[in-house]
Design a protein around this ligand. Sequence first.
Ligand code: KIV
Ligand code: ZN
Length: 523
Amino acid sequence: MNDRVYIFDTTLRDGEQSPGVSLNTQEKLDIAQQLARLGVDVIEAGFPITSKGDFEAVKAIAETVKGPAICGLARASEKDIDRAWEALQGAEYPCIHTFIATSDIHLKYKLKMTREEVLEAIAKAVSYARRFTDYVEYSPEDGSRTDTDFICRVVETAIKAGARVVNIPDTVGYATPEEFGAFIANITNRVPNIDQAILSVHCHNDLGLAVANTLAALRNGARQVEGTINGIGERAGNVALEEVIMTLRTRKDIYGLRTNINTEEIYRTSRLVSTMTGMATSGNKPIVGKNVFVHESGIHQDGVLKERTTYEIMNPATIGLTINNIVLGKHSGRHAFKERLAELGFTLSEEELNKAFVRFKDLADRKKEITDRDLEALVEDQIRRVPEKFQLEHMHISSGNRVVPTATVGIRFNEQLVEEAACGDGPIDAVFKAIDKITGISVCLKHYALNAVTGGKDAMGEVVVRLAVKDKVFVGRGLSVDVIEASARAYINALNKAVFDLGEDIIGEAVNGNGNGIRVLVE
Ligand code: KIV
Ligand code: ZN
């Protein structure tokens, strides 16, 4: 059997279904471009019929991103398939992915259809999609909980109708490895036309078994893996692609399978996805967590110094992780800064470089040693920004255990410096309230998280906030050695995204010049 495994990335479709995640078109494009550099075979860019935003993003990715096939999801209906095609037609290799559930539980309670009716719907949808492209994938939703004899009929029907890939989802993450492996073996051995299609799997992680189930399926004939970067997705998420990819690479002796992935791009892709989605990975997240290549115990450190492979099963360089700790400081010049960024894989325009250098100098004044991780965080923060309608100019905080926390914040808006003060439950709350007074935008803070980028007392704090504005959620991210400043930056970043997406009408009247209590300091 062929040893090539195709990697189908659904970070932008199933991954975006993670609670609280909402990406704009530009962010999706950035992620899609990085996925192309990573070398995935297919990018599922979205579900075009679900919203105008999803449609636009799939269309933009289809027209721009070259290399991987670009896929759009559609239920088994002509309307969905038409809309998916409308979005996909500009792609180099367009793929329509259509699905309908097949388990008895879904048939009885959700679809209210008989098995025969479902078979008919599959044949109709797949052959309809084939009118547009010869690259059609079909998924029997809740496939793993579908009766074995029936799933064999389902797969055979889809292939007969023209599906090039049939994907078996463990939609609710219920399967176990032995069971799922046997289920896939049954399909491989019993479906008469299986050699005319690629068998794919799509595992969710509700029991923490998504990687194990995926590997069991690959051992039993599956040759495509669907999953997401960092394992983000609905509920407990999807299978983490980087974990499957690195298992296949590290244990080639066991699996004897290969992918086309450029593994050196894994770390950057993971960081980009966590930055854009605001979903930080835990320190012990396999492959990409910040502790994965750190050795704390003296015995381990000694072993690694003598011979790396004593305690490291993967070389960090294979995932693109440079272990170069103290690189730059206060006396480093623009040239050294630019060189190091290039070594880390960042190519910045002159303007981006200038701005990043100003922030680097500011950081160097406040932090003695600047590591690669600090640089990555700083540059990512710098270059992935929407137009900065609001810019943090200054802030002053008064706080303590026996005083009411108060914040004064100055923000530059339309070339004016606007200042406001507010009290709050804590200093961060006070800062957010002062910003709210300035912008006049009606906001609900849904989520706040603070992480240290590196270790030590002077570590940079990275704050991620999610703000709901007019039923939409915007993720903001801010960095600083001062966590209150990082919080203000994150909050303002999310507000800038909201203005970029929803327009300036959301800005309150106050800041536009006729409010009460606003002090315009500089005109
Ligand atoms: O989990 C699932 O069943 C899906 C399908 C649409 C493939 O995401
Ligand atoms: Zn799914």
